[in-house]
Design a protein around this ligand. Structure first.
Ligand code: NAD
Length: 356
C-alpha cells in the first residue's frame, strides 16, 4: 500500500482527502515524517492520534498546543488535582479546547483506559506528582501516582503496539552527585527525595519494558523548566510575580546553590524530536537542559533587573530535598535529538515577565 497524505480540506482542489498525494510538502507533519498516514480510501479524520498525559499542566499544555498546531489529533488526559491552583489548569485546558483536533478527558493515569480505547501512535507521558518538597511529606502518593500510574501506561502501550513512548523524568535523579555536568551514564545512587526515587523507578521500568516487550521509549530528564504559564510552586514564576507585586520571596540557603534553567520552548522542541525519533532510538534516557547554570543569587538579581524592582527577601535555611547544583550535559541530546536550546535566560525571563 502506498503512503499518501490524506489531510483534508474537503472538496477543494488541494484537499488531500479527496486528492491524496504522495510526498506531500504542504503540512508540517508530512514534511517531517515523509508522509502522513497510510491511505486506504476516502476516510475522514484519518490522522495520527497522540495521547498526552498531564495536558493541563505546565509542560503538558505547552507541548499539546505545539502539536495541535501541527495538525495531530490529540487526546489529553489530566486528573486536574489541586497540588496547585486548579484555575491555572482550567485556563490551560480552555486554551487547548479552542483547537478542533483536541479532546480532553478528566482521567487519572492509574485507572485510565485511554490508550486501549484510542490506540494512539504516540504516547507522551508527562503526568506526575511533581515537586520535591511535597514528596517528602507524601512519599506514598508519589510512589502510587508516578510509579504505579506509569505501570498502567506501560501495560497499555505494550498491548496496543504504541510506536513511541516519551515520558518525563527529571534532573532530580542525579541527586547529590558532585561531578558536573550531569551525564546520562553517571551513577544515580544519591537521590535525596521520594520524588527523585520515583523518577529513577520510572526509568528502570521503561528499560524493563523494553527488555521484556521491545517497547520503544525515551525518558527525558528535564532541568528546571520555566516560562509563561509556569508552575506556581517553582522559583522562576514565584520570584518574578512576587518581586513585581512587592511580595517577599523565600530564599533558601546563602544563594550559592545553582540551577540549569531551561526555557519551555526548548523543552517542547526536545519532546517533539523524541516523539518523531528520527534516529530510531530504542530505549534511552536523555538530559534536556540549557547547560548554563547560574547561582540563586545571580538568578534573583536577574529577576530584579527584569522587574526593575528590588526583591524583599525572606531568608530561610536550606530545605530538605533540595540539591546544591544542577547542570546538564546536553551532548547526547544534541547527537540523538538534534537538540539545541535557543533561549537565553535573560530572554526567557523577559517572556515570562511579559506574560504576568
Ligand atoms: N517543570 C520542571 O521543571 C520539571 C523538571 C523535571 C521534571 N519535570 C516533570 O515533567 C512533567 C511535567 O511537569 P510540569 O512542570 O508540567 O508539572 P505540572 O504539575 O504542571 O503538570 C503535571 C500534570 O499532571 C497532572 N497529574 C498529576 N497526577 C495525575 C494523575 N494521577 N492522573 C492524571 N493527571 C495527573 C496534574 O494535574 C498536572 O496538570 C512531570 O512528570 C514532572 O515530574 C518537570
Amino acid at each position: 500500500m502506498s503512503k499518501h497524505c490524506v489531510l483534508g480540506d474537503c472538496y477543494k482542489e488541494y484537499c488531500h482527502h479527496c486528492f491524496p498525494v504522495l510526498n506531500c510538502k504542504k503540512h508540517d507533519i508530512c514534511i517531517e515524517q515523509g508522509m502522513f498516514e497510510e491511505y486506504s480510501g476516502y476516510k475522514f479524520n484519518q490522522t495520527i492520534n497522540i495521547v498526552v498525559t498531564g495536558c493541563a499542566g505546565f509542560i503538558g499544555s505547552h507541548f499539546t498546543e505545539f502539536i495541535l498546531k501541527k495538525g495531530y489529533n490529540v487526546y489529553g488526559i489530566d486528573n486536574l488535582n489541586d497540588y496547585y491552583d486548579v484555575t491555572i489548569k482550567h485556563n490551560n485546558i480552555n486554551i487547548l479546547s479552542q483547537y478542533n483536533n483536541f479532546t480532553f478527558l478528566k482521567e487519572d493515569i492509574r485507572t485510565t483506559n485511554i490508550i486501549n480505547d484510542i490506540k494512539p501512535t504516540y504516547v507522551i507521558h508527562l503526568a506526575s506528582m511533581a515537586g520535591v518538597r511535597y514528596s517528602i511529606k507524601n512519599p506514598c502518593l508519589y510512589n502510587d501516582i508516578n510509579v504505579n500510574g506509569f505501570y498502567n501506561i506501560l501495560e497499555q502501550c505494550v498491548k496496543n503496539h504504541v510506536k513511541q513512548l516519551v515520558y518525563a523524568s527529571s534532573s532530580s535523579v542525579y541527586g547529590l552527585n558532585k561531578k558536573i555536568p550531569f551525564c546520562e551514564d553517571d551513577a544515580i545512587s544519591t537521590c535525596n527525595s521520594p520524588y527523585a526515587c520515583s523518577k529513577v523507578a520510572m526509568e528502570l521500568n521503561a528499560n524493563t519494558y523494553y527488555q521484556l516487550y521491545n517497547l520503544q521509549s525515551i525518558g527525558l530528564r528535564f532541568f528546571t523548566v520555566y516560562g509563561p504559564r509556569g508552575r506556581p510552586d517553582m522559583a522562576p514564576l514565584k520570584f518574578m510575580s512576587n518581586i513585581k507585586n512587592g511580595i517577599p520571596i523565600d530564599k533558601y540557603g546563602n544563594g550559592t546553590s545553582g540551577r540549569d534553567y531551561t526555557y519551555i520552548d526548548d523543552i517542547v522542541n526536545g519532546i517533539y524530536s523524541s516523539m518523531i525519533n528520527k534516529n530510531d532510538i530504542q530505549c534511552e534516557v536523555i538530559n534536556l537542559g540549557n547547560s548554563k547554570p547560574i547561582s540563586l543569587n545571580t538568578f534573583i538579581e536577574l529577576c530584579e533587573k527584569k522587574c526593575n524592582k528590588k526583591a524583599i527577601i525572606n531568608q530561610l535555611d536550606e530545605q530538605l530535598g533540595d540539591v546544591p547544583f544542577t547542570c546538564a550535559s546536553i551532548e547526547k541530546a544534541k547527537i540523538l535529538l538534534n537538540y539545541e536550546p535557543k533561549t537565553k535566560l535573560e530572554d526567557g525571563l523577559q517572556k515570562l515577565y511579559d506574560s504576568l
